[in-house]
Design a binder for this molecule. Sequence first.
Ligand code: FCB
Length: 473
Amino acid sequence: MLMTSDERPTHAVAGPEAGTLARRFPGNFAWGVATSAYQVEGAAHEDGRGDSIWDEFCRRPGAIRDGSSGEHACDHYHRVAEDIDLLASLGVNAYRFSLAWPRVQPLGAGAWNEKGFAFYDRLIDGLLEQGVAPFLTLHHWDLPQALQESGGWVNRATVGRFADYAAEIARRFGDRAASIATHNEPWVVAILGHQAGIFAPGLKSQSSAMQVAHHLLLSHGVALQALRAQHCVSPLGIVLNQAPTYAATDSPDDLARARLDDGLTIRWYMDALLRGCYPQDVLAFLGEDAPRIAPGDMEVIRQPLDFLGINYYTRNLSGTGAPLDPISSGRELTDMGWEVYPRGLTELLLRLQADYRLPPLYITENGAAYRDRLVGGRVADADRIRYLRSHIAAMADALESGVDVRGYFVWSLLDNFEWADGYTRRFGLVYVDYATQRRTLKDSALWYREFCRRARTARGDGSSATMGRGHGR
Ligand code: FCB
């Protein structure tokens, strides 16, 4: 049910600068779009899928802004063939998506669900037939509810369950995946889910949150060991959200607060993964809320990474004063209230390069929500085009300064279930009318399609993105 608005001439939305920008990237660069299982699949109770913590969280009155859930979402589970055609029509060479653990192992332990695996078989094979490289994520927040009932990520036993799940995915898909990431954004699961309580499972405890942060990292390390023990040939890594922190003013208090926030959001994860330790200043700040760490844990966390995924949307401003009023500050904001700050992406990448011995990087998510309106079959989202163009240019700046970035994924292919914001925020390149499930390419989709076409022309072929192995090993 794809609207044919994509017949419109692309020069309506993509000027010659699309070609100039595309030529700043190497020929084998991955140009993709991203989604996650709970946000698009729907079919939450079909073919044996078990409940996830998000199914449960959505039932809590007041948890989701519009009272909705991912029960139907974009109905991608039933429309997978159409959505693969949609991806192919965009001309992307890579697609990042997640597997729903409760779809393939309903209770998070024990029996596997063949119908769940059959769905991902169809998706992966369909992508490969179209020359689109499948970039898998094992856990994009939808932990099986049965595991939550025995403590979820607070319980160290969940680490072992995750490794079993990872090994099974390696057996099933390890030969076909262009990459496998263990977790998406552990900070969000730990902090928004267990400290702020605004995401599933909705707990409010700093000590639990930091124990979860540790267990997620530990489970990443154990899963990488399990995947490699299965001789998985896909490159392996993890995806982190990284909003760089800037001090609101030059006052010593603001600078100190910004340093701590940087530690809590970026250094906690990067130091653990790449140096095998947690930052001392953050441990000191946490005091009794610091996690319990068993001997040997940090070595397990620091497994060689074939790649690191970075999700970049905006920057943080930290200080001890009252938070800046975003409206009166005059900063350009998206519909999430997130500042549009492309320079932050260049600065982040250069800073990571200076501070760590990095594996190859992928920008695994970047995009923006705007108040899109479908009028006469068209969504004129010029601000999203500007957002994407400026961030791709910011990534090119980092690449030209020597940062090894290998790919970029727009969040998102489709408008979808935006967690606690329900369906009130639209991030898609493709507009979804949820009542009919009709998909309509927004102007930004036409722009990205033209950009990908220029990138293909620049490299002189139509090959899908592939990843090398053995970096920094
Ligand atoms: C990221 C999530 C993704 C989506 C975007 C807007 O933090 O990984 O699922 O919600 O934000």
